[in-house]
Structure formats: C-alpha cells, structure tokens
Design a protein around this ligand. Sequence first.
Ligand SMILES: CC(C)(COP(=O)(O)OP(=O)(O)OC[C@H]1O[C@@H](n2cnc3c(N)ncnc32)[C@H](O)[C@@H]1OP(=O)(O)O)[C@@H](O)C(=O)NCCC(=O)NCCS
Length: 159
Amino acid sequence: MDKIIRLNKKYTVELTIVDFESEHQGDRKNNITKQDMKIGIKNRFDKGHEIFFGYKHNNELIGYATLKPFFPGYNHCEMYWLAVKKKYQKQGIGTKLIKYIENYANKQGFRKIYLYTGKDMKDTRSFYEKRGYNLVNEFPDYYGYKSGNKTAVLYCKKL
Ligand SMILES: CC(C)(COP(=O)(O)OP(=O)(O)OC[C@H]1O[C@@H](n2cnc3c(N)ncnc32)[C@H](O)[C@@H]1OP(=O)(O)O)[C@@H](O)C(=O)NCCC(=O)NCCS
C-alpha cells in the first residue's frame, strides 16, 4: 500500500537512505557520504524550517519532499527538497510528492511556490518545467559544493 505521511526526526535514518539512494548529481560529484547526509538531515530538523512529507511504499520510505512555509514575497513558500530512491524513479512518485506539497501549500493560503535547483541539472530542470515551474533567475555561487557548477536557478509556480 502507498501513502504520503508527515515525517518527524524519528525518520532521520530512513531519510538519509532516501538521500543516499536518490543518487543526486551534486552529492555524487562531491563525494558526500551517508554520514554527511545524516548530519545534514539532523541539522534541518533542529532548525525546524521545513515540513517533511514522505512517500511510503508498503513499509519502506522511498521518497520525500519538504516545504519551507516562508519565502520573500506576499504569501510565498518554497519547496526545499525532493528525492526519490533511484530504483523507484520514473514511476510517478516525484510528481505525486510535488502535487501533494502544492496542494498542502495551496490549502495553507500560499499564492506561489518557489524552488532552487542546479543550473546544470538538465533533467531535473525539464522535470520541473513540465510540471508548470517557470524560470525566475539564476544565482552564481549559491551552492556550497567543493567542485562543479555552484550556480542555482530559481523556479516559481503560481498555486
Ligand atoms: C527529480 C526526482 C525527484 C524525480 O522523481 P521521479 O519519481 O523519478 O519522478 P516521476 O516518476 O514523477 O517523473 C520522472 C519522469 O518519469 C516519467 N514517468 C512517470 N511515471 C512513469 C512510468 N510509470 N513509466 C515510465 N516513465 C514514467 C515521467 O513522465 C517523468 O518524465 P518527464 O519529466 O519527461 O515527464 C528524482 O529523479 C530524484 O530523486 N533525483 C535525485 C535527487 C534530485 O535531483 N532532486 C531534485 C533536486 S532539486
């Protein structure tokens, strides 16, 4: 059975596995380890800036997305994270997570949702563009990667 549920910090290890197994381009190029990822997720829960939603297939967490319920502008918010385990990609799960976040944000009264992604992430950018996200701007040196393209592109969708 598949369902999307709200996640708390008890899911830190399972979220780490999703990040690791999603094989994000930037993580791979920069040799980011599983332990780095676990610390990253722990820090994000400690900051408390994100609402985490996970996609469960039977009892396995196979993807997640997060919403930051604030972004500069009038009733704007940000989809901060989206990842699906590689072996479950291209089955519509990323799309379901995006729709869930958009619907949640809309119900909360947000007008626009923004997201950043890597300028060189061609497939990811076309994935967002096909789902109604429009390019707003680009930001050189946005990411703290040690190597590779650090430029981010900002996308927006009207809810
Ligand atoms: C980006 C990401 C979240 C997409 O997740 P996903 O679950 O593969 O997304 P979907 O399956 O909904 O869509 C991916 C493609 O598969 C296609 N697809 C969906 N269901 C399908 C199916 N049953 N059979 C074949 N293809 C299918 C979709 O049409 C889509 O292609 P399109 O963009 O040309 O329309 C995933 O690739 C990922 O985790 N990447 C690594 C982390 C990352 O880059 N995150 C974003 C950084 S900002």
